[in-house]
Design a binder for this molecule. Structure first.
Ligand code: CA
Ligand code: CA
Ligand code: CA
Ligand code: CA
Length: 520
């Protein structure tokens, strides 16, 4: 049941890829005047040498397949996205016993190269990391960073000088519940009560520890055990108190009573009532949709609400989750890669099990997938025509989306176990127009997260988007809301509904720019 139930968010591939493939209906012919989506992997010349290291052992513990979140954030406010990678640790110690396990922050030098600033920034991390979520939680104008993990979550406060301070303990966001650290995978910054302060939602996966770790498959060729061998765990919601501390409100808001195996999380106001809702993708179990009760709490309405819509408002409720594809593991993003005004889909692919190839029908290393929106509610697999970068086989994991070189085309950064991360620059043709909207909240949270944007181009094409950094798998993407505009060089109207309730309308805006909009 269910699929792509979300206007702007990208969902974890275990559930969504299957759905998307089902929905793609693989159109047989190309439409006329379709632009070509293409990506170029510029990792080699970039200086980004990060290799995701899962520290796995012969027993292939389940943690070894689920890591690898990536964050795209502009930590130094120079207008260019920088790149943060989470990384694994030694097993069974679950500590970053050598630099090969370090999380890594790379500064974007604006010329296609990056500088590793991990040590200076103080973000090498601790424990077996999983994911990352970036946002400015204290409204000081500087992007902060939350890192999730199996045995350690970390909140980094941005010190405005290229360094961060670990404030996890003082802030009270350790990821522990009832004295036990839960295995966190993804996190999302969301102002669920619209008080202008970003709160923090953390997905927790399952009850694994080095002591209760199970083994599956034949000796020497162990496979990743199915999640059904472990008990699920509740998610956590932290309320931001505005003084640098947070309060765990998981029980008070009804979040804690839903036990699943949380992996990805996406936020959106799916029923358009002005209160942001939360979608959690559970592994091999039904997903959760937490409907926001006007900031007072949440009702889990997943079952009754799975009337799925694509980005463009096209109902796709007939699509079913097909667990054939549960073994695919990686991030996914729904973005308009060719700027034609219709959102496409990118999926980071791999099998979960390193030894999957014992079955000749399975492959551990897989190429990523790219599906072009044919503007008629179908998608076409265009991976084969998108350049050599889309044919590269690897154990792909996290994927984050954003415009690395500010050329108006959404780029993708993908981590991969045992091989160099990929910096996929978007080289799509077609010459279409675009706009990226950077919201600056005043009454609302400074990032403007949760702002709903309706854009009407001069041709009359209406599009919707919302400001968020959450989505994909364990990853954090460009907070700027991106719109492809096709042939429209002029935007008739941009309507912003801020989380504070402010309605703001801009008219006659030129395309092809990054537009900063301050709440007023
Ligand atoms: Ca930067
Ligand atoms: Ca901040
Ligand atoms: Ca709040
Ligand atoms: Ca770009």
């Amino acid at each position: 049941m269910s699929a792509v139930p979300w206007p702007t968010a990208a969902l974890p591939v275990r559930s969504v890829l299957a759905c998307t493939l089902g929905a793609a209906l693989l159109a047989s012919s190309k439409p006329g005047e379709q632009s070509r989506i293409a990506f170029e992997n510029r990792q080699e010349q970039s200086g980004v040498t990060f290799v995701l290291n899962n520290g796995t052992t012969d027993d292939k513990p389940i943690i070894d397949s689920t890591l690898g979140g990536v964050a795209l954030l502009d930590y130094d406010n120079d207008g260019y996205l920088d790149v943060f990678f989470t990384n694994g640790a030694s097993v069974p110690g679950l500590n970053k016993s050598n630099p090969a396990f370090s999380n890594r922050l790379y500064h974007n030098n604006h010329d296609g190269t990056f500088t590793d600033v991990t040590e200076r920034a103080g973000v090498a991390g601790d424990g077996y990391s999983m994911g990352a979520a970036a946002a400015d939680y204290d409204n000081d104008g500087w992007t902060d960073l939350y890192v999730t993990g199996v045995n350690r979550n970390i909140l980094y406060h941005n010190n405005h000088d290229g360094t961060f301070t670990d404030v996890t303990q003082r802030a009270g966001v350790t990821g522990a519940s009832g004295g036990k650290k839960l295995w966190s995978v993804s996190a999302a910054w969301i102002d669920y009560d619209n008080d202008g302060l970003l709160d923090l939602f953390v997905t927790n996966y399952l009850d694994w520890s080095p002591e209760n770790s199970r083994v599956c498959g034949p000796p020497g060729k162990r496979l990743s055990c199915p999640p059904s061998l472990y008990k699920g765990e509740p998610n956590i919601l932290y309320h931001n108190n505005g003084d640098g501390t947070f309060t765990d409100v998981s029980t008070a808001t009804g979040i804690a009573k839903c036990i699943g195996k949380g992996m990805g999380v996406a936020i959106a106001d799916y029923d358009d009532d002005g209160w942001t809702d939360i979608f959690v993708a559970n592994d091999n179990e039904r997903n959760f949709l937490f409907k926001n009760r006007h900031g007072q709490g949440f009702d889990e309405v997943g079952v009754e609400s799975f009337v799925a819509y694509t980005d463009d408002g096209v109902p796709v409720s007939s699509m079913g989750v097909d667990f054939r594809d549960w073994s695919n593991n990686g991030g996914a993003g729904i973005y308009d890669f060719d700027n034609d005004g219709y959102k496409d889909l990118f999926s980071a692919n791999s099998h979960v099990s390193e030894n999957a190839d014992v079955n000749p029908q399975q492959q551990y290393r897989q190429p990523n997938g790219l599906f072009q929106n044919l503007r008629n509610a179908t998608f076409q697999d265009v991976s084969a025509e998108a350049g050599p970068a889309l044919r590269l086989r690897a154990a792909h994991r996290g994927a984050a989306f954003g415009d690395l070189n500010n050329d108006g085309k959404i780029d993708v950064v993908v981590s991969a176990i045992g091989s160099a991360a990929e910096l996929l620059y978007n080289t799509s043709t077609g010459g279409s127009h675009w706009i990226a909207i950077e919201t600056v909240g005043v009454k609302s949270n400074h990032d403007g997260i949760g702002t709903r944007i309706k854009l009407t181009g001069e041709s009359g094409l209406v599009q919707y988007n919302a400001v968020t950094t959450a989505g994909s798998y364990a990853s954090s993407s460009d907070k700027r809301a991106h719109f492809g505009l096709g042939h429209d060089f002029l935007i008739k109207e941009i309507e912003l509904r801020w989380p504070s309730g402010t309605l703001q309308i801009l008219r006659n805006i030129k395309a092809d720019q990054i537009l900063k909009v301050t709440e007023r």
